[in-house]
Design a protein around this ligand. Structure first.
Ligand code: ADP
Ligand code: MG
Length: 652
């Protein structure tokens, strides 16, 4: 004789105790069920039938007593093994159907197979076949609220059979149905029993119970009669040792993560879509956070590239030195031509040019206007990267003689000279001193500031010093470093030399373009920092939003969680489900944020603000959103996974 499938020995169940009065619901139930049996458990309402069924189906644990399933003590099974039993051995049919409201009939039926790791095509085919067999072929796409009670109950029977359903536990399956639908469901159970399924039918209706081959009556948590017959069941079906072997082997197998992941994603998407308005509001934080991260980085990168382009255009190896007050009480110092010669002798300095200049009245014929006139030396075109395009620069000899020759900017030519005339050889009166034009500078356009660089006249330093400004000392000095990657070392060498020349006094100002640009970049950095803080706060708020909506979801869907557990979901399946939802939520927020950022970037581009989107920045922001989802979704998901199956199922 084969082993009993189910053996209960002196099972007690006590509710309450700590903060509420103790209720003895089951008082010493002992029974055994063989493969192939069709058992009805009858009793009045409140006699403990549902409690007994929850214990039989491993949704609940007894307070005391021993439950052996196929010879194994259920108390010793871990949560994965219990989930296996619910998934592979049992199939539940409840009075309230307990379908997942957001899923179609087909999806509800497939759910236990997903947790069992059945491949998708097999799953679809089997669910469709079961629904067809139960007369629901045309209703596979309907959601529960689009089905009648009888149809919903048939869907739940199909679900119970999905993984085999060797033992069908039906708790008042006809209780909520009209008599016709109820009769249909009973016929179905009859059929299943004759095919070898163990049916445990719970009912308070004696007529319904009469369909079973064995009737157990309970009253106040005790068995008062049991019509157990000695004759073996007609079709024994699956044997206890077979189930036991599969339990020992199967519970440790992991489900197919891919099928579960796809199902989780689909379910997550569905739930999100159903609650799309609420979801959109909650996601604003993440959207704003991600958008500000992306825009901030794009603007930062854009201005950085602009600065780099500027540095490339004007040269970044230029240094300047000018005089300043050493202390507020002392007179300003003076850079002299001797200083210029000394600095020019440093090996780190490549070119050096003293500058003396100012706005002066310039006349040609009847035209006169003020222009910036600068005394420079022959290094001018190289140091400033500013070539002479017509004629030539003055020579070293002109410089030594103090020759009154001038090289003019293009605007000077256009404003003073007759259109179309050759500027070379013509004379300009600068402060009434005649200077002969020997060259024309390339057009440079407006640089920073409002002064037009093409409104400029370049004359030899010596001529400017003696004939125009009456001072031999330069206003400031421009130098280029020999090695553009060592500008700061060059600066240090010049600084050291100058201080030595004036006995440690620092009455000069030494700076360079790179430093100026860096200072500009620093103010931009502090701007970025502020934007970064806004982004971080938005992400935090977004994360709290995700947590909030997930907690709400878990509460709203507690019964769904119970259903999933009853159909065999492991704790980690539930955890994964809700974590997937949280991550998907924040991923949608992230994608929306990136789209928003691209839109803002386009608008900024139209407003002539430099933006440069970098893929790593976009991916980084997206990753931030996903991490937010994981971090803030974890707590609600774990809360869901740790729910007690029975409490979850009976929650309202
Ligand atoms: P039946 O299904 O036979 O109608 P139940 O098994 O649902 O009865 O309940 C049996 C008794 O246990 C009832 O008196 C009910 O009030 C009590 N009971 C059920 N669940 C709980 C619970 N979670 N806490 C306290 N009492 C409970
Ligand atoms: Mg009940």
């Amino acid at each position: 004789m084969s082993a009993a499938l189910i053996e209960l020995d002196d099972i007690h169940k006590v509710y309450g105790g700590i903060d509420s009065p103790e209720v003895q619901v089951l008082r010493g139930i002992s029974l055994s069920i063989q493969p192939g049996e069709f058992v009805a458990i009858v009793g009045a309402s409140g006699s403990g039938k549902s409690t007994l069924m929850n214990i039989l189906g491993c949704l609940d644990r007894p307070s005391s007593g021993r439950y052996r399933f196929a010879g194994r003590d259920v108390a010793e099974l871990d949560s994965d093994e219990l989930a296996w039993l619910r998934r592979e051995a049992f199939g539940f049919v409840f009075q309230g159907y307990h379908l997942i409201p957001s899923g179609s009939a087909q999806e509800n039926v497939e759910m236990p197979a997903i947790y069992a790791g059945t491949p998708a095509d097999q799953r679809h085919a089997r669910a469709a076949a079961l629904l067809e067999r139960l007369g629901l072929a045309s209703r596979t796409g309907n959601r529960p609220h689009q089905l009648s009670g009888g149809q919903q109950q048939r869907v739940s029977i199909a679900r119970a059979l999905m993984n085999g359903g060797h033992i069908i536990l039906a708790d008042e399956p006809t209780g909520a149905l009209d008599s016709h639908s109820g009769a249909e469901v009973m016929t179905l159970l009859d059929e299943l029993a004759s095919q070898g399924h163990v049916i445990i039918l719970i009912t308070h209706d004696r007529e319904v119970a009469a369909r079973a081959r064995r009737i157990i009556e309970i009253r106040d948590g005790e068995i008062v009669s049991d019509s157990a017959s000695a004759e073996p069941p007609a079709a024994p079906g699956v044997q206890a040792d077979e189930l036991r072997r599969r339990l020992d082997r199967g519970a440790s197998l992991r489900g197919a993560w891919k099928g579960e992941l796809i199902e989780s994603l689909q379910a997550a998407w569905r739930v999100m879509w159903i609650n799309r308005f609420r979801t959109a509001l909650t996601l604003l934080g993440i959207v704003i956070g991600v958008a500000s991260v992306v825009v901030m980085l794009a603007v930062g990168e854009g201005s950085k590239r602009q600065v780099m382009a500027q540095m490339a255009a004007f040269g970044s190896n230029i240094l300047y030195i000018s005089a300043k007050h050493a202390t507020s009480r002392e007179a300003a110092g003076q850079i002299t031509l001797d200083d210029v010669a000394a600095i020019g002798g440093l090996p780190q300095v490549h070119r050096i040019m003293p500058v003396i200049g100012g706005e002066l009245m310039v006349r040609h014929g009847n035209n006169n206007q003020t222009f910036y006139v600068g005394g420079n030396n022959t290094e001018f075109p190289q140091i400033l990267n500013w070539p002479v395009v017509q004629g030539s620069l003055f020579t070293e000899a002109d410089e030594q003689r103090g020759a009154a020759v001038a090289v003019i900017g293009q605007k000077v030519r256009d404003k003073l000279l007759a259109p179309g005339s050759d500027p070379l050889g013509q004379y300009l009166l600068i402060e009434n001193v005649p200077f002969q034009v020997v060259g024309v500078l390339a057009a440079k356009g407006a640089s920073s500031g409002n002064q037009d660089s093409d409104e400029r006249i370049v004359v030899p330093y010596s001529a400017a010093a003696t004939r125009l400004f009456g001072s031999r000392d330069p206003e400031y000095v421009i130098m280029t470093a020999a090695d553009s990657s060592r500008v700061s070392e060059t600066e240090a060498a010049i600084d050291q030399l100058m201080r030595k020349r004036r006995q440690g006094k620092r009455d000069f100002d030494l700076t360079n373009d790179a430093a100026l640009i860096q200072a500009e970049a620093r103010t931009q950095n502090s701007l970025s920092l502020m934007l970064g803080a806004i982004a971080a706060i938005s992400l935090l708020v977004g994360g709290i939003g995700v947590m909030n909506i997930m907690l709400m979801t878990v509460r709203e869907r507690t019964r769904e969680i119970g259903i999933r557990m009853a159909t065999g979901a492991r704790q980690r399946d539930i955890l994964r489900q809700f974590l997937t939802e949280a991550v998907m939520l924040s991923m949608v927020g992230g994608v929306t944020g990136i789209a928003l950022a691209l839109g803002i970037g386009g608008a900024l581009l139209l407003a002539d603000i430099a933006v440069a989107f970098a893929l790593p920045a976009i991916l980084g922001a997206f990753a931030c959103a996903v991490i937010t989802g994981v971090v803030f979704g974890f707590m609600p998901a774990r809360k869901a996974a740790r729910l007690d199956p029975v409490k979850a199922l009976t929650s309202v």
